[in-house]
Design a protein around this ligand. Structure first.
Ligand code: NAD
Length: 365
């Protein structure tokens, strides 16, 4: 193929506006710094409700298209997460291309912070995969447009335990809807991924008397968490086929997909992972047809964003917990709305989030 036809093919891909994950995003910023090796993409999906807040993910992407699509998809998710949670925030996300273990330096983080600063507060960052509270403290040295900083530096600290509490609330609401009671005692619950969020969720669930099974690729963690809370380690090879009441995906996204959906034995899905449905429409519909209650991920994993929002608004811990507890009520509302209108729970949640954005757009006119 000639250089010209190659170029024509690339140009025909419509680099940004034609991407599969593009959904009327407002702004996409490509950040490059030769000295520190920084290559980052900041994606601002929507700022109707407020500044676009969302974490920065550092990941060794296979290629730049994957990085761009991740930024586009994740920033869109943040718009709806904040909208459904009632926060005056828009949706944004940043990705840094690279290996967080070997390529992340304070200089790179400061340079990234300068790019965030150049947007004058339209985008506010926080931590995501590959980032720590300490990294956000470094970003804070060059810009105030960062949350998720340490408590010593005036931040709200690690958001994961709050996220876990919100997931627990969402799960209890789904149980109330499905079983008529939100008691989780004796329910068989599989928690897949027992990292920062998963571990605290296991703590809540075991305290409640649920029969908790845990799965993780990290063997050491499995043993730690199992001995700490008395959870059962899952040693099988196909978790999705196991008889269970509740499946809690707390590792990666897209675990509800063409391969797993027909095997799933659970009557409820409620977990922390972002983008649990490989295809929102197809898999949302299949879950509905199978009578499996799916508590939408972006609704019940919003504890973390509530926690970082608190830094901007100056809420105390009680207010953070009260707002996170409210996920219970919102989940019940969404599940009822989906049932009454014959919608998937994902679509029901999305409709509410979009309605809030549209109403604000009208007010702002
Ligand atoms: P984490 O990195 O601390 O934990 C993830 C865990 O999943 C790790 O223990 C890892 O070993 C395990 N894991 C990875 N691949 C796996 C696999 N194939 N099977 C089983 N286990 C696997 O992450 P976290 O902060 O606990 O977040 C968990 C999920 O929740 C992520 O999808 C994240 O995007 C989402 N989330 C987190 C927050 C938060 O506040 N931390 C907020 C919203 C959403």
């Amino acid at each position: 193929m000639s250089i010209h036809s190659n170029l024509a093919q690339i140009i025909n891909q419509d680099p940004v506006f034609g991407q599969i994950s593009f959904d009327d995003h407002e702004q996409v910023v490509f950040c490059n710094d030769k000295d520190t090796g920084l290559k980052a993409i900041i994606s601002i999906h929507n700022t109707v409700l407020g500044p676009a807040l969302g974490g920065t993910r550092m990941w060794n992407y296979d290629n730049e298209w994957s990085a761009l699509n991740d930024a586009l998809r994740l920033s869109r998710g943040m718009t709806f997460k904040s909208a459904i949670t009632g926060l005056n925030l828009g949706g944004g996300k940043a990705v840094i291309i690279g290996d967080a273990k070997t390529q992340k330096t304070p200089e790179l983080m400061r340079r990234f912070g300068e790019f965030v600063h150049s947007l004058s507060g339209k985008y506010i960052t926080a931590e995501d995969v590959g980032m720590t509270t300490a990294d956000m403290d470094t970003v804070r040295e060059v810009t105030p447009y960062v949350t998720g900083i340490s408590e010593e530096k005036g931040g709200a600290g690690n958001p994961s335990p709050i996220t876990a509490y919100g997931v627990f609330m969402g799960m209890k609401a789904a149980a109330k809807f499905k079983y008529g009671s939100d008691e989780l005692e004796d329910k068989v619950i599989y928690v897949e991924g027992i990292g920062n969020v998963g571990e605290t969720l296991v703590e809540y669930l075991t305290q409640e008397g649920a029969k908790v099974f845990i799965a993780d690729i990290n063997r050491e963690r499995l043993e730690q968490v199992s001995s700490k809370y008395g959870a059962h380690v899952y040693n099988g090879s196909d978790l999705y086929s196991e008889p269970m009441d509740i499946y809690a995906p707390c590792a990666l996204g897209a675990t509800i997909n063409n391969t797993t959906i027909n095997k799933l034995q659970a009557s409820i899905i409620a977990g922390a992972a972002n983008n649990q449905l490989a295809d929102e429409n197809v898999h949302g519909m299949l879950l509905q047809q199978r009578g499996i209650v799916y508590a939408p991920d972006f609704l019940i994993n919003a504890g973390g964003i509530i926690n970082v929002f608190a830094e901007l608004e100056g809420y105390d811990r009680n207010e953070i917990m009260r707002k996170t507890e409210n996920i219970y009520t919102t989940t019940i509302e969404i599940l009822n709305r989906a049932q009454e209108n014959n919608l998937t729970t994902h679509v029901a949640a999305l409709q509410i989030a979009k309605a809030r954005i549209d109403a604000r757009r009208q007010e702002n006119r």
